[in-house]
Design a protein around this ligand. Structure first.
Ligand code: NAD
Ligand code: TDX
Length: 340
């Protein structure tokens, strides 16, 4: 089997490539990634010597480059992780989100069609469903929940999902979509809540919590997401959407306090700052369908997952120090400078 993984130099994509290599030693794995600020070749160091792995730096919006790669590799499956993925950046500058997340997806779909209906899997997000109220713990997102987006990021992901389903219905392209809840784990870029709080704690820097920290997210250890995506590309029903989540809802403030405790830092580092515009209140996935159809269940509980994640950041100081040394500083100033 030959698999092209787009966006494989980012957080989840790199974990997915390691997962595939471990589970399917004979598969040929090809990573296509533009290496934006979020893409990092250091994430793929463990595959550098692998003869059955190839990395190509290219933009998914670049039709010619994508076509050339498909021509050379004749893939059986394409899994698309490539995206602009950070909500706060999408609020500052939506254009690149539409470009990469929507038009880039279209280029991949067209190319899959062109090369004889290649199997395509779209990595989407629970954010396409919008949010749930805080006072209705009985409500969950199912695959039938209407799309109702809040941020330019989630709107661009929802647009891409609709396009993927349109290519199935109109042209018969064999597609699947997965919509996962918030991931955490190794290689998570420190612009997102959990790695940002760990990295700031390790530097004794203030911990910026938006609003009152009451918003709820449903956290899943990244390896569990990778396993689910692997199952879907092998056994998922064509044309279907699968929600992925582990029923692990937590308030942001509780996560931040837990990280302080684990790292022995005082809660006085916590600083409540201006809220995110349009801030989604609560995400909560109902994963019954993937459990019923594919037998998937998460394997890592939050207590173990956060322990492993914190340990990874302690063991990989070089990785995050390098990540936060460049463009990140300007970003941090821009996003947080006006919030304090
Ligand atoms: P990330 O920002 O860490 O990585 C994105 C990767 O895509 C980077 O390697 C980047 O270089 C690459 N990329 C961006 N634009 C590109 C382009 N035009 N052409 C080629 N490559 C490009 O993101 P992530 O957190 O790993 O998320 C991966 C996917 O999973 C995204 O589609 C995201 O919407 C989805 N998702 C993420 C989460 C989460 O909690 N992080 C949850 C659900 C779904
Ligand atoms: O500094 C912060 N302070 C804070 O309070 C940051 C970065 C975040 N937050 C809050 C906002 C959210 O309520 O923490 C929560 C999580 O924020 P993010 O890590 O930015 O994730 P979220 O907005 O929930 O989106 C994530 O999950 C769904 C991913 O980034 C998306 O790519 C994915 O689709």
């Amino acid at each position: 089997m030959k698999v092209i993984v787009t966006g494989g130099a980012g957080f989840i994509g790199s974990n997915f490539l390691y997962h595939l290599r471990k589970k399917h030693p004979a598969w040929r794995l090809i990573c296509l990634d533009k290496l934006t600020y979020a893409g990092n070749l250091a994430n793929l160091k463990g595959l550098a010597q692998d003869e059955n792995f190839r990395f190509v730096q290219a933009d998914i919006c670049d039709r010619e480059a994508v076509c050339r790669l498909f021509q050379e590799e004749q893939p059986d499956v394409v899994v698309n992780f490539a995206a602009e993925s950070h909500v706060d950046r999408s609020i500052e500058d939506p254009a690149v989100f539409l470009h990469t997340n929507v038009l880039g997806t279209q280029v991949l779909l067209d190319t899959c069609l062109h090369f004889g209906k290649i199997r395509y899997h779209q990595i989407s997000t629970d954010e396409v469903y919008g949010d749930l109220p805080l006072d209705r713990p009985d409500l969950f997102f199912t695959e039938a929940t209407p799309l109702h987006t809040s941020s330019p990021y989630s709107a661009s992901k929802a647009a891409a999902d609709l396009l993927v389903l349109a290519y199935h219905r109109t042209y018969g392209l064999p597609v699947t979509i997965s919509r996962c809840s918030n991931n955490y784990g190794p290689y998570h870029f420190p612009e997102k809540l959990i790695p940002l709080m760990i990295v700031n704690c390790l530097q004794n820097k203030p911990l910026p919590v938006y609003g009152k920290g009451e918003n709820v997210r449903d956290w899943l250890y990244v390896e569990d997401h990778c396993e689910a995506a692997d199952l879907i590309i092998q056994k998922g029903r064509i044309g279907e959407v699968y929600n992925i989540g582990g029923h692990n809802e937590m308030k942001n403030i509780d996560i931040v306090k837990l990280i302080c405790r684990k790292l022995g830092r005082p809660e006085s580092l916590i600083t409540f700052v201006a809220d995110r515009k349009g801030h989604d209140l609560r995400y909560a996935i109902d994963p019954a369908k993937i459990h019923r159809e594919l037998g998937w269940l998460p394997k890592t509980n939050f207590a173990d997952g956060i322990e492993k994640t914190i340990q990874w950041y302690l063991d990989n100081k070089n990785w995050w120090e390098t990540v936060i040394s460049g463009e990140y500083r300007k970003y941090y100033e821009k996003i947080y400078g006006e919030r304090w």
